[in-house]
Design a protein around this ligand. Structure first.
Ligand code: ARG
Length: 273
């Protein structure tokens, strides 16, 4: 029997969401997006979190930052400590200070401005024992050391190889952060990183290429409910077998920028007493 634990999330409405540039293979600026539909889909995700008993804090969107809806990239919060982001692409640079401002205004006192490029929870996944950290496209391996020194948790570096899975959270999701259960798509990693994952998580749920290709790994779990992109139906049965409850969400408009459920959701992990 799986138990959900109440979470606190930070989300940013897609008020200025558009695809105006291309910094990953999903983004095609010539393809139209429907801003009203994007907002409707985002609100549905927010309301589902609230309906499950979670707290959703809201970050004000800023004009000229069309990717700001992907709040998971703005900072990493572990034990109430905030490691700010530093974006790899200039188009997103200004999102980082906007996040830091929010944290400073909301009572977070332990806030670090990063030295090295890190796209926050896009490349950092937190389990009870480790912080799994992606590199290869966005975050610098130097940021992995920086995170380890700042959070005092062992950081495991994993190398991504497929440009469609440019952030760790497009290829791997934490399902139970108390018992260190994850799901991932092996094809997104180098052979050595795959071996590392096999050693650390021998019982992991392995996703198919089909489920990965619809961003099925870009999921958020509260320990029981797993919110995931609607098209990732192949994950339902293996999730249920493990006692999780799949909750399909339609974020098709945001997929046009290469993001889905997890990208829209930053988790604010409190200090543990
Ligand atoms: N268009 C954004 C980018 O390429 C999408 C970010 C998705 N966020 C994530 N956590 N994977 O930076």
């Amino acid at each position: 029997m799986r138990i959900a634990t109440p979470r606190r999330y930070l989300m940013c409405p897609p008020a200025h969401f558009r695809v105006t540039y291309s910094i990953n293979p999903w983004m095609d600026p010539t393809k139209p997006v429907d801003p009203a539909l994007a907002m409707f889909q985002w609100e549905d995700l927010r309301d589902r979190y609230r309906g499950l008993g979670h707290t959703v804090e809201i970050l004000d969107p800023r004009a000229g930052l069309p990717d700001m809806v992907f709040a998971a990239n703005g900072a990493t919060v572990v034990d109430g400590r905030v490691l700010g982001a530093r974006f790899a692409n200039p188009e997103r640079t200004a999102e980082a200070p906007a996040h830091l401002e929010w944290f400073r205004a909301h009572g977070f006192t332990d806030v670090r401005e990063p030295e090295h490029v890190n796209e926050a929870e896009g490349d950092f996944a937190v389990t009870s024992a480790w912080i799994l950290a992606g590199q290869g496209f966005r975050s610098s391996p130097l940021a992995h050391d920086e995170a380890q020194e700042y959070f005092g948790r062992p950081v495991i570096s994993l190398e991504l190889t497929d440009p469609r899975y440019y952030h760790l959270d497009t290829a791997l999701a934490v399902l139970d952060d108390a018992r260190d259960e994850i799901m991932y798509f092996p094809g997104a990693f180098t052979p050595a990183s795959r071996e590392v994952l096999e050693r650390l998580f021998p019982d992991a749920l392995l996703a198919t290429a089909e489920d990965a290709a619809v961003l099925g790994l870009n999921a958020v779990s509260d320990g029981r409910n797993v919110l995931l992109p609607r098209a990732a139906t192949g994950l339902h049965a293996p999730l249920r077998e493990r006692g999780f409850e799949p909750v399909p969400v339609d974020l098709s408009e945001l997929h046009k920028a290469g993001g889905s459920v997890k990208c829209c959701t930053m988790e604010l992990r409190p200090a543990t007493p």
